[in-house]
Design a protein around this ligand. Structure first.
Ligand code: PLP
Length: 454
């Protein structure tokens, strides 16, 4: 079937037909929508999205991991309304404003002022580009312009602009653009699922670190930075690793003179149980990228935090030694205000401790899955839960994610597996009833999807 032609008229009420004619949806083979529905979202409230017919869906993946405190959160809404009446935007070159200053100060304080300088952008991929450019430029300003190479982990995901794809190792997103990409060195992932039998997560971490050491030994003079998703490689399918891996990376980067970039775009803001995932290894990187949850899922915002020593390498009479990168919406006051309101919620509601209790309940409710003969590696890190579905038929494995998505919608859940990895990344506001419903219906959805493959 050909793509629907733009000239065919659709009723103004038919959002799905109109969307499929005019909107090019992200991360989507549009032809799949001949079979798979689009959800026409009319409004959101708390953990729920409501479609035009009034059906509700529990947003169990926080709308691509961004919506930490639910939809239409009253306190974030109030902060934004006030900001809207004060200052909606001002450029951040040559000007400054309170939301950007306060956000930079508060994020720096959360790193014990180790990462004392905040550079703003609008999305995660841009933050990664900025960290890569800053790392290279910092070495260049130190007279080490040969350090031009980067290192990423097997199965890493750092965004989909051309530079970010260079440090991404997901074939599905990367292969088509291969001729355009400047490839990074790819080191082993510390994902214990790849480990030999009887190897612990700590063993897998040690083995992966030995691989980094071998690369640094031969190549460090040319390497500017290593980039890592601390604790959980999310887009790879929620691959979780031992915190000792991060501590080991920090030591190797120090020993061999390589910057460490922590991409906390997905795992930051409390996702893994601490505000920053790096805290669990007791280390700070040289650059830390934040986006996704930082604005509570309200507005596009990303931030690169960097060490003062790095910042000082750019501080000079010579303009070109400065970091001249910019985006039009750099430091947008509304986005910064949404982030400040999000940080306020963390401060006032004891969020990390409450999340630990909620996660324990969800873990208990999902536990029966561990004994299922088509479930492998049921795992958890903070508020991230995942398991791998064992589907032997290749064709069924390929369509598993789309079928699961549809079956979940029928059970009032918004869930979108990555391949055959089912994961939950719920907002932090679920009550006991919602936690129970989520666990039960996830199990139901799984059974219904398996039934279609028999
Ligand atoms: C989502 C994500 C990105 C890219 O962020 P965008 O805002 O989608 O560009 C980068 N790194 C990680 C770890 C992510 O999860």
């Amino acid at each position: 079937m050909k793509a629907p032609s733009p000239s065919t008229s659709a009723s103004p009420d038919d959002w799905i037909a109109r969307s499929l004619r005019a909107v090019w949806h992200p991360c989507t083979q549009m032809k799949h929508h001949e079979r798979v529905p689009l959800v026409p979202v009319a409004r959101g409230q708390g953990a729920w999205l409501y479609d035009r017919a009034g059906n509700r869906y529990l947003d169990a993946i926080s709308s691509w991991w961004v919506n930490l405190f639910g939809h239409a959160n009253p306190r974030i809404n109030a902060a934004l309304k006030e900001q809207l009446d004060t200052l909606e935007h001002a450029m951040l070159a040559g000007c400054t404003h309170e939301p950007a200053i306060e956000l930079a100060e508060r994020l720096g304080a959360l790193t014990n002022n180790t990462l004392g300088h905040a550079f703003f952008a609008s999305d995660g991929a841009s933050a990664v580009e900025i960290a890569l450019k800053m790392s290279f430029h910092a070495w260049r300003n130190r007279g080490l312009a040969d350090k031009q190479e980067f290192v990423c982990l097997a199965n890493s995901y750092h965004g989909e602009t051309i530079g970010a794809l260079g440090v991404t190792d997901v074939a599905l997103f990367k292969d088509a653009y291969d001729p355009l990409i400047r490839h990074a060195h790819v080191v082993q992932s510390p994902d214990p699922r790849t480990a030999a039998q009887n190897e612990t997560a700590a063993d897998a971490a040690r083995r992966a670190l030995a691989h980094v050491r071998a690369l640094f030994e031969s190549r460090a003079a040319r390497i500017a930075a290593l980039i890592v998703e601390p604790l959980v490689q999310c887009a790879a399918g929620m691959a979780m690793h031992h915190a000792s891996y991060l501590a080991g990376l920090r030591a190797l980067c120090d020993q061999y003179g390589v910057h460490l970039i922590a991409d906390e775009i997905a795992v930051g803001c409390g996702r893994t149980g601490t505000f920053f995932a790096c805290e669990q290894a007791n280390v700070w990187p040289d650059f830390l990228c934040l986006s996704k949850g930082i604005s509570g899922g309200y507005l596009p915002l990303s931030i690169v935090l960097s060490r003062d020593e790095i910042y000082e390498l750019f501080y000079h009479d010579d303009t070109t030694r400065g970091f001249l990168h910019s985006h039009s919406y750099t430091g947008n006051p509304l986005a910064c205000r949404a982030a400040l309101a999000t940080l306020d919620l963390f401060a006032s509601d004891n969020v990390l401790a409450v999340n630990a209790q909620k996660s324990a309940k969800l873990k208990a409710a999902l536990a029966p899955l561990a004994g299922h003969d088509q479930v492998r590696d049921l795992r958890q890190c903070g508020t991230i839960f995942a398991f791998d579905a064992v589907i032997d038929n290749v064709q069924h494995a390929k369509t598993f994610s789309r079928r699961f998505f549809e079956n979940a919608l029928e059970r009032e859940l918004l869930l979108r597996p990555i391949g055959t990895t089912v994961y939950l990344m719920p907002p932090y506001i679920l009550d006991d009833e919602e936690l129970a419903l989520l666990a039960l219906r996830t199990r139901d959805t799984f059974e219904a999807t398996l039934a279609e493959t028999r």
